[in-house]
Design a protein around this ligand. Structure first.
Ligand SMILES: CC(C)(COP(=O)(O)OP(=O)(O)OC[C@H]1O[C@@H](n2cnc3c(N)ncnc32)[C@H](O)[C@@H]1OP(=O)(O)O)[C@@H](O)C(=O)NCCC(=O)NCCS
Length: 332
């Protein structure tokens, strides 16, 4: 029997300094603080202002934060999975550059793209490599510079997204802690409801695509909301039932931070009390691949060894799912 489980043993994060508040957005598009707060729960988000810096900048900072806090040697890292929907550039993998920049020269790296579920899917991938016994230190980074693809004249999207990065280290565990179960799903029905229309192989970049603003993220918010509410709640409920967990057994819900109402619906279905539902959406908005590790980083001080944590996410594609993980350490 394989007795190796894959546990999260360290967390790091980074957000840029610049704060874009609802008040400032009021001066940019026809919106107001009250509407944004009641419809989404977001008050402000962080923006990477430097025009010459991409997602890799955020990812490197988050990885360096983890390396410093956990006091590990980057040379020990076996592999890096870079979860992102906003790679620095097409083709050249952002994760490869990040690995080199942080001195993880013994690691191999690649990018994983599943929109807002990138980090959740990345947890599955990282854990599988560790559980198999093939690698011992797998660094999973979730980072997105959403401001690089947001149209700041479109009030349906610009109020939602922000920039940020987080990282976790997966290592083998012999006490049964770490990832316990996962339920990951996808459905191509979502392809047209949340996307960047041009710049890929289907509609390559032309003068017209630029003129027609087809390189920004667009969404049918109502439809995305409907699918997200149902699927995140369904997936989380299924994970509970399948593992014979009651709401009492769950210590924390770590949900993708897309919209407070989606999180509330998921928590409601799980019949969780508010104090177990972790949120920082008011400060960062939706940072896509970075939401889950940013929550882990902000609330790490609350977690105790053995705590039952349920992760849940939903994203473009559509992609979604839920992961059940047992926390592996008390913070020093
Ligand atoms: C985008 C979202 C916040 C919009 O909230 P909503 O309650 O669905 O709002 P609607 O789209 O129904 O719009 C309601 C009204 O507010 C208006 N509105 C839209 N954006 C607005 C804004 N930023 N400020 C003020 N009014 C706005 C609409 O035009 C509409 O007006 P109307 O009734 O006169 O037509 C919500 O749909 C959502 O969060 N969707 C999921 C998005 C998401 O999570 N995406 C990432 C996936 S991981």
């Amino acid at each position: 029997m394989n007795t190796i489980t894959a546990a999260i043993t360290a967390v790091g994060a980074y957000v840029p300094d610049f704060v874009l508040s609802n008040k400032v957005l009021e001066t940019m598009v026809d919106t107001n603080d009250e509407w944004i707060t009641t419809r989404t729960g977001i008050k402000e988000r962080r923006i990477l202002k430097d025009a010459d810096k991409g997602t890799s900048f955020l990812a490197i900072k988050a990885a360096q934060d983890l390396i410093a806090k956990a006091n590990i040697d980057p040379l020990e890292i076996d592999m890096i999975i870079m979860a992102t929907a906003t790679a620095d550039m097409p083709v050249a993998s952002t994760g490869v550059y990040v690995a080199t920049e942080i001195g993880a020269t013994n690691a191999f790296a690649y990018d994983l793209q599943a929109a807002c579920s990138s980090f959740l899917y990345g947890m599955s991938t990282a854990a599988a490599y560790v559980q198999s016994g093939r690698y011992k230190k797998v660094l999973l980074i979730g980072a997105d510079k959403m401001s690089s693809i947001v149209d700041y004249t479109d009030r349906a999207t610009c109020i939602i997204f922000g920039d940020g990065a987080g990282a976790v280290l997966f290592e083998p565990n012999h006490e049964g802690l770490g990832l316990q179960d996962e339920y990951l799903r996808s459905d191509g029905v979502g392809r047209d409801f949340l996307k960047i229309p041009a710049g890929g192989s289907l509609i390559p970049t032309t003068e017209d695509t630029v003129k027609n603003r087809l390189h920004n993220i667009i969404q049918d918010g109502k439809t995305v909301f409907k699918y997200a509410v149902t699927n995140m709640a369904d997936a989380s409920e299924l994970i509970l039932k399948r593992n014979n967990l009651t709401n009492e057994d769950v210590n924390w819900l770590v949900p993708h931070q897309a919209n407070k109402r989606i999180i509330d619906a998921t928590a409601g279905r799980m019949e969780l009390e508010d104090s177990k539902v972790l949120m920082n959406i008011e400060k960062y908005g939706n940072t896509t691949s970075a939401t889950l590790p940013l929550v882990l980083n902000d609330f790490e001080h609350l977690f105790k060894k053995g705590d039952n944590i349920i992760f849940a996410a939903f994203g473009g594609g559509f992609t979604w799912g839920s992961i059940y993980l047992k926390w592996a350490y008390d913070k020093k």
